[in-house]
Write a protein that binds this ligand. Structure first.
Ligand SMILES: Nc1ncnc2c1ncn2[C@@H]1O[C@H](COP(=O)(O)OP(=O)(O)O)[C@@H](O)[C@H]1O
Ligand SMILES: [Mg+2]
Length: 217
């Protein structure tokens, strides 16, 4: 489903954030991307989401070359991906409910279904009582949980989660992993970036890809 062929990324000429990265991830796999800060994890996700383009090499998702997807087609492609950004990227003058519901509204889902789906998901991460709070008033850990729910509410085929439990205690980390595991069981491919190798124990069947200075180990 996700194929990288000799991918290079240079933000600055001569300095590679990713170097000669190749791997293949099958549909339904749960894959950890690990490595210390600066290893290239976030860069990899930016490439997979089409937020940055490769400097060299190719990325195929479902057999389609990402460098050739443009404009409206890129927007449609992104709807199949749920992404949790390292810095959350929530809309801070909207409530938790509004932030999450937006992902369902673009698909034209009826309001009562939206309401039901959002309530259930918020319950799973312990935020059901805060649905009407503005996201700017939330703690870092609460914002992180909202970002995870927003990424998954659409049942995307691919989840990209960048350090999604970095601000959470062990109890909430468990809840977030329950969500990832549930969507993975339904067939979604999950890629989760973390520098915390202790998290590997949260998932039974997994792949682990380790990066260091942009190079696969
Ligand atoms: N926008 C950018 N401009 C220049 N260099 C960048 C940019 N983003 C990331 N880098 C560099 O690319 C390398 C990989 O960074 P990043 O992908 O954020 O790693 P990680 O997520 O594993 O911490 C680092 O050396 C970082 O400084
Ligand atoms: Mg990062």
């Amino acid at each position: 489903m996700i194929n990288l062929f000799h991918v290079f990324k240079y933000y600055i000429p001569g300095v590679s954030a990713l170097a000669d990265l190749s791997f293949r991830i099958k549909k339904g796999e749960f894959c950890f991307i690990t490595g210390p800060s600066g290893a290239g994890k976030t860069t990899l996700f930016k490439l997979l989401f089409g937020a940055e383009s490769v400097s060299d090499g190719q990325i195929l998702v479902d057999g389609r070359n990402l460098s050739r997807i443009k404009g409206r087609h890129l927007a449609l492609f992104r709807r199949r991906i749920g992404i949790v950004f390292q810095d959350f990227k929530l809309i801070d003058n909207q409530t938790i409910f509004q932030n999450i519901a937006a992902a369902l509204e673009v698909k034209g889902e009826p309001y009562d279904i939206i309401k039901k789906k959002v309530s259930r998901a918020l319950f799973m991460v312990g935020l059901e009582k805060k649905a009407d709070k503005y996201t700017r008033t939330l703690s870092g850990g609460e914002q992180q949980r909202v970002a995870v729910v927003r990424a998954m509410i659409n049942d995307p085929a691919i989840i990209l989660a960048d350090e999604p439990t970095g601000n959470l205690d062990s109890q909430h980390t468990q809840k977030i992993f329950n969500l990832f595991k549930e969507i993975n069981l339904r067939g979604a491919t999950v890629m989760l970036a973390t520098h915390n190798t202790a998290l590997f124990n949260m998932v039974k069947h997994k792949r682990i890809i380790e990066l260091r200075d942009g190079i696969k180990q």
